[in-house]
Ligand binder design. Structure first.
Ligand SMILES: NC(=O)c1ccc[n+]([C@@H]2O[C@H](COP(=O)([O-])OP(=O)(O)OC[C@H]3O[C@@H](n4cnc5c(N)ncnc54)[C@H](O)[C@@H]3O)[C@@H](O)[C@H]2O)c1
Ligand SMILES: O=C(O)[C@H](O)COP(=O)(O)O
Length: 389
């Protein structure tokens, strides 16, 4: 029986991927084999020795201590693209909210009602205070052309916007999905200097943290409208507050409000609703559960953020799944143990990702724990699992 701990509410569609006769799933299980999580902060989480994988039902993994997981031989998965459509739709909504003073107008109408006004009369008299520009004909800068950024850029071209996209690490898949109407910006300055709207879609990392700061805002056009549906930490709150106060930034739409930024003028705060649609919650949960199941049952890795993709068809009776450092001699050491113990390799694949590597070895005879222990003792080996077919 595999034990799966849920650290957030996970869509039942995802949980149903895991056969209840083989998986025990709840928020209370201990010595778990796997974790299903959304945005719960795991940085202080004490990993039990039993933990083999964390599956993030969503895109951002900055709530997970990736380095600590890697060192403990724990695979971290996410679900690329599974909630991208929901965020794209919210980005369109955010651009309209930043332009058309809908939130202010709605609040004003309700206040009029509370004061007993004849709404039909005051609406026509008062509406001129809520005039706001159209999107068509304006310039949008999209920072980060991944699953979400590409969709935002593409749909904006259909709204009549001129779109510039910036992503120094653009993947082949993203490039193929990007509309030919989207212009590639070769640097951020091009986006900052020219765009009327800027939408950020990058992960929060040490490199991107605080990237929207005084220096960046200084380069921007007066009255720029900024959308942050990515992560709060990408924007320096003090610098944004100053820019909102001076009017340099006309509106800031954030999906990550905090007590400080909410005090700013023209802040449109959304309570982290980017992926909160039934469709996205299902897509993410199903993909996360499938990734977790394939790793726990077969040792296959797909969509991991700390280990390489490696999927191997079964071709033996026992399978050794070895997470190790990406160092010279690692594979020779593993095969050395197997040949010394007279174990014949049927099939073997090794892949690496930065400092870490993963090797699956299928063998023709049933291997015992002693062989696995000998591999565990090798230099640079972080985790060995022995699966039997
Ligand atoms: N508000 C929400 O509910 C919600 C939902 C999903 C994702 N997100 C956030 O949005 C982020 C992006 O999601 P995604 O699904 O598009 O991820 P993704 O991995 O598909 O795309 C991220 C893109 O950012 C690019 N990038 C990285 N560093 C960059 C930099 N310094 N400058 C420019 N581009 C850079 C990468 O090359 C990649 O193409 C996630 O990491 C997450 O933090 C928020
Ligand atoms: O990174 C993500 O996928 C989003 O921020 C969604 O987070 P959530 O799953 O907590 O809604």
């Amino acid at each position: 029986m595999f034990r799966i701990k849920t650290l957030n509410k996970i869509s039942p569609a995802g949980l149903s991927v895991l056969d209840q006769t083989r998986y025990s799933i709840s928020g209370d299980v201990e010595n778990e084999d796997g974790i299903l999580v959304r945005s719960a902060d795991m940085h202080d989480y004490q990993f039990p020795d039993s933990l083999r994988a964390v599956a993030r039902a969503g895109a951002g993994t900055n709530n997970i201590p990736i380095d600590r997981c890697s060192e403990a031989g724990i695979v971290v998965f996410n679900t690329p693209g599974a909630n991208a459509n929901a965020v794209k739709e919210l980005a369109v909504c955010g651009m309209l909210l930043a332009s058309r003073k809908i939130t202010e107008g709605n609040a004003w109408v309700k206040a009029q009602l509370a004061e007993g006004a004849d709404l039909e009369k005051v609406v026509e008299k008062g509406k001129s205070q809520f005039v706001g520009p159209e999107l068509s004909g304006k310039m949008l800068g999209v920072i980060g052309l991944g699953a979400i950024g590409v969709q935002v850029a593409n749909i904006a071209t259909k709204l009549g916007m001129t779109v510039f996209g910036y992503d120094p690490f653009l993947s082949v898949d993203a490039a193929l999905s990007l509309s030919r109407l989207v212009h590639r910006a070769m640097d951020l300055d091009t986006i900052y200097k020219n765009c009327d709207y800027i939408s950020i879609h990058v992960p929060q990392t040490p490199e991107t943290k605080g990237m929207i700061n005084e220096g960046a805002i200084h380069m921007m056009k007066g009255g720029v409208r900024i959308l942050n549906l990515a992560r709060g930490g990408l924007v320096n709150d003090d610098d944004m507050l100053a820019a909102l106060e001076s009017g340099k930034v006309a509106a800031y739409v954030t999906d990550f409000p905090n007590n400080k930024i909410l005090q700013g003028k023209n802040v449109i705060a959304i309570p982290h609703l980017g992926a909160s649609t039934p469709e996205s919650e299902e897509n993410c949960a199903v993909m996360a559960a499938q990734e977790l199941r394939d790793y726990l049952e077969n040792g296959n890795i797909k969509n991991s953020v700390n280990l390489p993709t490696l999927v191997q068809e079964w071709s033996g009776v026992s399978r050794l799944c070895i997470i190790h450092r990406n160092i010279p001699g690692a594979i020779a050491n593993i095969t050395g143990v197997l040949s010394k113990d007279g174990v014949n390799v049927e099939n073997m694949t090794n892949k690496s990702k930065k400092d870490y590597a993963y090797t699956i070895v299928d063998v023709g005879s049933r291997v015992n724990d002693q062989v696995a222990d000998e591999i565990r003792a090798l230099e640079g080996v972080l985790r060995v699992r022995l699966l039997n077919h």
